[in-house]
Ligand binder design. Structure first.
Ligand SMILES: [Zn+2]
Length: 158
C-alpha cells in the first residue's frame, strides 16, 4: 500500500520543530510564521534526507522502533527549543511553541495513519500533498548532514 511506502518518510522532527521555533522568534505574528513554517516544512522534506522511518517500508526497521525513535526525537526537540530559545527570566513565549508545533504539523497529521492505520477522509488530501515532497535516502551519514546543517544554522542565527 502507498502509505506503507511513504510511512514516516519525512525529515526528523528536530530540524522541523527548531525551524518553526526560529521563524516564530524572528517573526512573532502567526499570520507570518505559520504559513512560512509550513512552506519550509515541505521544502525540507523535499531535500534528500535520512529519518526515523527510512527502512520501514522494506522491513529493515520495525514500527515499534520507529515509534520509540519518534518519542525520543520529540524529547530532544523540546530540550533543544528550551536551550536555544529559553530565557531564564521570561521563560518560553507561547509563539515559540506554536511555531515549533506548526513545524511538525504535517507529520503530526500523518501520524494516525502511520501508527494506527487510521486516516479520516478530511485528512487524506493533506497527507497526499505531504507525500509529494518526500525524499528519503538510506545513507544515514549523507542523509543526516542537511539536518545537522539546519540545526547548526539556527543555532548560529538565533
Ligand atoms: Zn514532513
Amino acid at each position: 500500500m502507498l502509505w506503507q511506502i511513504s510511512i514516516l518518510n519525512h525529515m526528523l522532527s528536530i530540524p522541523h520543530s527548531l525551524t518553526g521555533a526560529f521563524i516564530a522568534s524572528k517573526l512573532p505574528h502567526p499570520a507570518l510564521y505559520i504559513p512560512l513554517t509550513l512552506g519550509i516544512h515541505y521544502l525540507q522534506d523535499w531535500i534528500p534526507h535520512w529519518d526515523i522511518g527510512t527502512g520501514l517500508s522494506n522491513g529493515k526497521r520495525r514500527k515499534s522502533t520507529a515509534i520509540i525513535g519518534e518519542i525520543l526525537e520529540l524529547g530532544i526537540s523540546v530540550a533543544l527549543i528550551y536551550y536555544f530559545f529559553g530565557n531564564v527570566n521570561s521563560g518560553l513565549q507561547p509563539h515559540i511553541w506554536l511555531g515549533a508545533l506548526t513545524g511538525i504539523a504535517p507529520d503530526l497529521i500523518e501520524s494516525p495513519r502511520n501508527f494506527l492505520s487510521w486516516e479520516p477522509w478530511f485528512i487524506k488530501p493533506f497527507n497526499k500533498f505531504h507525500s509529494l515532497f518526500h525524499h528519503s535516502i538510506p545513507n544515514i551519514i549523507v542523509g543526516l548532514l542537511p539536518q545537522f546543517l539546519v540545526v547548526g544554522l539556527i543555532w548560529f542565527l538565533k
